[in-house]
Design a protein around this ligand. Structure first.
Ligand code: UDP
Length: 238
């Protein structure tokens, strides 16, 4: 494994599940604060950090469609769910003294700024944590794809994906004890083996722009900052 690279600007994808804690759904304030503490540590080390938040802890378009809801309509509801998570995360970050901005891909100017790329870049240059909400603004996409898109737009050095397990496995390690863990994979290996880490659109976007993806377990306090230093277990997709 190569030496830990030094990052100047990174994007962290926080899934809705990461904010859920041990509950079946919704948001656990303890988890939100833990994630905020982790981000604060990385920001304090001088790295520019932006976030894409998911919404799966509250609403998923695909799951709603399986129960008969119109898919696009469900996806719009899912995108609104990400805004709820973004506001909670913003609150937790600001309580820790960080400067933040929420920018939404669907305009709701009373609570957040509309997403304007050049403005987001300025916020980051000033050291503000920018939270990108409402996904890509389009149904039939995911917040993973939004993460790859925004990371490219912000010219991030890497996309960090916090998950429930410490990297990418050949199968779900929580169900299959024989699952093999990878230290490093190529984008094409992820696609060809249909590894369940990010959807194909996100992987393709990262591949076209040579954006490294780092997959790690976000359930332990301090894990984001540890992985940023190249410590602990993670999978690099390059
Ligand atoms: N979504 C969407 N377009 C996007 C991003 C998200 O339609 O660009 C919707 C989709 O319905 C998705 C929901 O928002 O199920 C929540 O996002 P996601 O499932 O990616 O959240 P996560 O799994 O990261 O919690």
């Amino acid at each position: 494994r190569e030496q830990s690279p030094s990052y100047k600007r990174v994007l962290l994808k926080v899934s809705g599940e990461a904010l859920m804690g041990n509950g079946p759904s919704g948001v656990d304030p303890v988890m939100v604060d833990m994630v905020a503490a982790d981000i604060a540590e990385v920001v304090a080390s001088g790295v520019e950090v932006c976030l894409v938040v998911g919404g799966g802890n509250i609403f998923r378009g695909l799951a709603a469609a399986a129960k008969g809801m119109d898919r696009a309509q469900g996806d719009y509801a899912g995108m609104l769910a990400t805004v709820i998570n973004a506001l909670m995360l913003q609150n937790a970050l600001e309580k820790r003294g960080m400067e933040t901005r929420v920018m939404t891909a669907i305009q709701m100017a009373s609570i957040a700024e509309p997403y304007i790329r050049r403005r987001a870049v300025r916020h980051m240059e000033k050291g503000r944590v920018v939270i990108f909400a409402a996904g890509t603004g389009n149904p039939f996409f995911t917040t993973d794809t939004a993460a790859a898109l925004r990371a490219n737009e912000m010219e991030c050095d890497a996309l960090f994906k916090g998950t429930q397990v410490d990297g990418v496995y050949s199968a779900d390690p929580r169900r299959n004890p024989d699952a093999q863990r990878y230290d490093q994979l190529t984008y094409l290996e992820v696609l060809a083996r249909d590894l369940n880490v990010m959807d194909a659109a996100a992987i393709s976007l990262a591949r076209e722009n040579r954006l490294p993806i780092v997959v790690f377990n976000m359930h332990a306090p301090g894990s984001f900052s540890a992985v940023m230093r190249g410590e602990g277990r993670f999978t690099r997709i390059i």
